[in-house]
Write a protein that binds this ligand. Structure first.
Ligand SMILES: [Cu+2]
Length: 487
């Protein structure tokens, strides 16, 4: 999706004009006084995934993905958010260092955008790089709500200094539609490196599984999807990405899925990963395959040196054949798009890290163990952190923080699932993955492998309640959340 700034402004102003016709709450008067820099309208819309394949879902500004917001690091903006739906909404500014009343999390205390009402917010964008905005409400068993719908849009925060070592910038938002509940187990995925599992965690997880089966509890629900898309179009049905031989194309890839981990390959090409979750990496190495957990972002440069018509697509044949891909077409090339499955490869965050681990002085280390109770919540798996399943925003914060201190979270996964773990309003540094030290990779979501342990560090530099959770919607909705607070 390529949108220039003028097009964005048009989108914003036309939405504002439409909004002016409706008797809006407190914001209507103000927005006639001063126009917001950006306007987001939450409403039911139709997404044409392919000719004759149209889904009706909740969207931003009537489109999927929501309009790309190009912001400037450090330049304060005003955003009007209108909610045309009948349910309260939260718009979360994922990956940004914003205050609690802006962040878009009821658990932290952000006010809801009321049904048929609106909110005006102000904030200073940052840090620079690829971020996104998405709905942050509990969906539970309602697969029309939360991130199962179409409320996802990319944000690009332009850094104060942009090295600009590329010719063209392409934004790709990966997203499934048509969710259904299933009892099929999640597919085992073993792409993470290092692969070492902790025998204690494995024993705990397998013990919990045996206990639930002995109680006659089957496996809990999982989610499957009917349609797969990039930028709201199924493979072969959108505009191709048009390139020229010799170009360096910077792809900004956002996994906007509610629940899925995705992979991407482009036959005959490699990806030079320059940023993870928008943050430049110390070692921008080339890899043949991108693996992207739910809500993760990857910015990668592809040197276009293999003229042809190619499929940039997911490694999973079924998902790609049902739409998870986009055609990359060289100028002058013709013919059917070609897909060639890449050889086996692993995804290792530490490859993009600093050459030598750095010794950090830590003020406190918190251990957090994640466990699964199979089908314990009306057929859904119930998730706990240190034995506590999150049960609402009235809960006491699990951790008390003090401003300015550096904390280490030692996350221990006593389940066989991979969890894309997310911390709001802060970035964290990966410092140990499955026993191996690393440094320099800054993220806001990270995939924690089954029965693995990982350590992440963060500085408590943004006071207020802060939400920590698994970004898999069904995991977060059924307990996998905790609040941190600053004292
Ligand atoms: Cu999870």
């Amino acid at each position: 999706m390529l949108l220039n700034r003028r097009r964005l402004l048009q989108l914003g102003s036309s939405a504002a004009i439409a909004g002016g016709l409706a008797p809006l709450a407190s914001c209507a008067k103000r927005s006639t006084e001063t126009a917001a820099d950006h306007t987001v309208r939450i409403a039911t819309g139709r997404v044409e995934l392919a000719p004759g394949v149209i889904v009706t879902t909740t969207t931003y500004n009537g489109q999927f993905p929501g309009p790309l917001m190009r912001l400037r690091e450090g330049r304060r903006i005003t955003v009007d958010i209108h909610n045309d739906t009948a349910t309260p909404e939260q718009l979360h500014w994922h990956g940004q260092r914003v205050p609690v009343d802006v962040d878009g999390s009821a658990e932290e205390g952000t006010p809801f955008i009321p049904p048929h009402g609106s909110r005006r917010i102000n904030f200073t964008p940052g840090p620079a790089g690829l971020r996104f905005y998405h709905s942050h409400v509990t969906a539970g068993a309602n697969l029309a709500a939360g991130q199962y719908g179409g409320q996802v849009g990319p944000v690009y925060i332009e850094p104060r200094r942009e090295p600009g070592r590329y010719d063209r910038e392409i934004f790709l938002t990966l997203k499934e539609f048509g969710p259904t509940l299933s009892h099929g187990g999640d597919m085992a995925m073993d792409f993470l490196m290092p692969a070492a599992q902790d025998p204690t965690l494995r024993a705990a997880g397998e013990g919990a599984m045996r206990a639930s089966l002995a109680r006659g509890m089957p496996h809990g629900y999982e989610v499957g999807y009917r349609y797969f898309s990039i930028n709201g179009r199924m493979l072969g049905h959108g505009e191709p990405v048009r390139v020229r031989s010799g170009e360096r194309v910077l792809f900004h890839v956002l996994n906007g899925s509610a629940t899925e981990i995705r992979s991407l390959a482009l036959p005959g090409h490699t990806f030079q990963v320059v940023a993870l979750d928008g943050n430049p990496v110390p070692a921008p190495v080339e890899v043949p395959v991108l693996w992207i957990g739910t809500a993760e972002r990857i910015s990668a440069i592809v040197q276009m040196g293999r003229p042809g018509v190619w499929v940039l697509g997911d490694l999973a044949d079924e998902d790609r054949q049902r739409g998870m891909g986009v055609v990359v077409e060289y100028a002058g090339a013709t013919g059917e798009p070609q897909w060639i499955a890449p050889g086996p490869s692993k995804w290792e965050y530490a490859r993009f890290g600093a050459a030598a681990p750095v010794a950090r002085s830590i003020d406190a280390t918190f251990e957090m163990t994640f466990t699964k109770d199979n089908a314990a919540a009306n057929g859904f798996n119930r998730w706990s952190i240190n034995g506590v399943a999150f049960s609402g925003d009235a809960m006491a914060p699990m951790l008390k923080l003090r401003e300015g201190r550096r904390y280490r979270l030692r996350m221990r996964n006593a389940s066989d699932d991979i969890h894309p773990v997310h911390l709001h309003r802060h970035s964290f540094e990966l410092t140990r993955i499955a026993g191996q030290p690393t440094a320099g990779v800054l993220k806001d979501v990270v995939m924690l492998g089954g029965y693995q342990e990982m350590e992440i560090d963060f500085v408590a530099d943004n006071p207020g309640r802060t939400l920590f959770h698994c970004h898999q919607q069904m995991h977060m909705d059924f307990g996998f959340m905790a609040l941190f607070d600053y004292t």
